[in-house]
Design a protein around this ligand. Structure first.
Ligand code: NDP
Length: 322
């Protein structure tokens, strides 16, 4: 079968579309025929070596499709079941081996593309807005990269909780997308000083929470955007990692909180995984959470998908179709 593997860290050219052996399920595992694989920024970190991964590796942490085989000890899944998952490497392939405990059943009326688009970024948006800081009606927040995969979903979930949401974006088209997702105001952080804009929009008070996935280029000003005792949820580094940091700054800027959360810790038990997935997939199914799927690439063109994501040319979800 075909898969996209990386043999040594590098740029998009390090992604090789090649033949690999058919996967066999080991105890506790299922083999899924992948109908759609999600492309996420973590795949870029795995490819470049920012996040260490044993190589060669089949990339991809998110997918959806149909179960074709299960290990004898897997009792609650069978061939033919439609499933989705995240946080199991190997989705950039025609078939993937996934621990059964990571698989979530897809509701009947959701497609594999919707499943692959909703899981990782949707659950991330869910935990950020409901657990890292459970947003309350009337609270203010700033979402960086508001037209990105996580950004569009986080904006919608923050709005359904009644928050006032400001976002940053890099183009007019992205501003339009972000507003359509519910943003109360958008800031073009490539042209405007987003700290000054946030202060203006909040009458100098600052926001309760900043959700920062951009990292290096936004981190310092994100802290400056917070109201006293506000929270910075630094959950990514699309522009590069944040340099070492003096914790005293948190005191000087107003007894601030800083967290660096990760989805794995917010879906650590099967119960929590199913509860968040139930919410996210349920909202997609009832139409109250809109997915934006406009960037689909054949599996063989994974490098082009990575170039588009890293080149800031995408909005919403990027999918690979085997
Ligand atoms: P996005 O769709 O948000 O794409 C990244 C966006 O970041 C770009 O579209 C761009 O938006 C913005 N950006 C700003 N500066 C840069 C830069 N120098 N290079 C590239 N992009 C830049 O990606 P995802 O939704 O997949 O992921 C968003 C972030 O969230 C990533 O950092 C990812 O690692 C993180 N993440 C963290 C998780 C966690 O649990 N901690 C889970 C899931 C994702 P614009 O053009 O508008 O500036």
């Amino acid at each position: 079968m075909k898969a996209v593997r990386v043999h040594a860290p590098g740029g998009p050219e390090a992604l090789r579309f090649e033949d690999v052996p058919e996967p066999q399920p080991q105890p506790g595992e299922a083999v899924v025929r992948v109908e759609a694989a999600g492309v996420n920024f973590i795949d870029v970190y795995n490819r470049t070596g920012l996040y260490k991964t044993a190589m060669p590796v089949t990339l991809g942490q998110e997918g959806a499709g149909t179960v074709v085989a299960v290990a004898p000890d897997v009792r609650d899944l069978a061939a033919g079941d439609r499933v989705a998952w995240f946080h199991a490497l190997g989705a950039y392939a025609e078939k993937a081996v996934v621990p059964a405990t990571r698989l979530v059943r897809l509701p009947d009326h959701l497609s594999a593309k919707q499943g692959a688009a909703a899981m990782l970024q949707g659950m991330t948006a869910h935990y950020l807005a409901t657990s890292t800081h459970p947003l309350a009606p009337g609270e203010t927040c700033l979402v960086h990269a508001g037209a990105g995969g996580v950004g569009l979903l986080l904006t919608q979930i923050a709005k359904r909780r009644g928050a006032r949401v400001f976002t940053t974006v890099s183009t007019e088209e992205k501003a339009r997308r972000s507003k359509a997702a519910g943003a109360d105001a958008t800031i073009d952080y490539t042209k405007q000083d987003f700290e000054a804009e946030v202060k203006r929009l909040t009458d100098g008070k600052g926001v309760r929470v900043v959700y920062d996935s951009v990292g290096k280029t936004t981190f310092e000003k994100s802290l400056a955007c917070l109201a006293p005792r506000g929270l910075l949820a630094l959950f990514g580094q699309s522009s590069g990692p944040v340099p070492p940091f003096d914790a005293q700054v948190l005191s000087q800027r107003g007894s601030l909180y800083l967290t660096r959360p990760t989805l794995a810790h917010y879906t650590a038990t099967r119960e929590e995984l199913l509860s968040r997935a139930g919410d996210v997939l349920g909202w997609v199914a009832d139409g109250s959470l809109k997915l934006t799927i406009e960037h689909e690439f054949p599996l063989s063109e994974a490098a082009a998908a990575h170039r588009a994501l890293e080149g800031r040319r995408t909005t919403g979800k990027v999918l690979l179709i085997p």
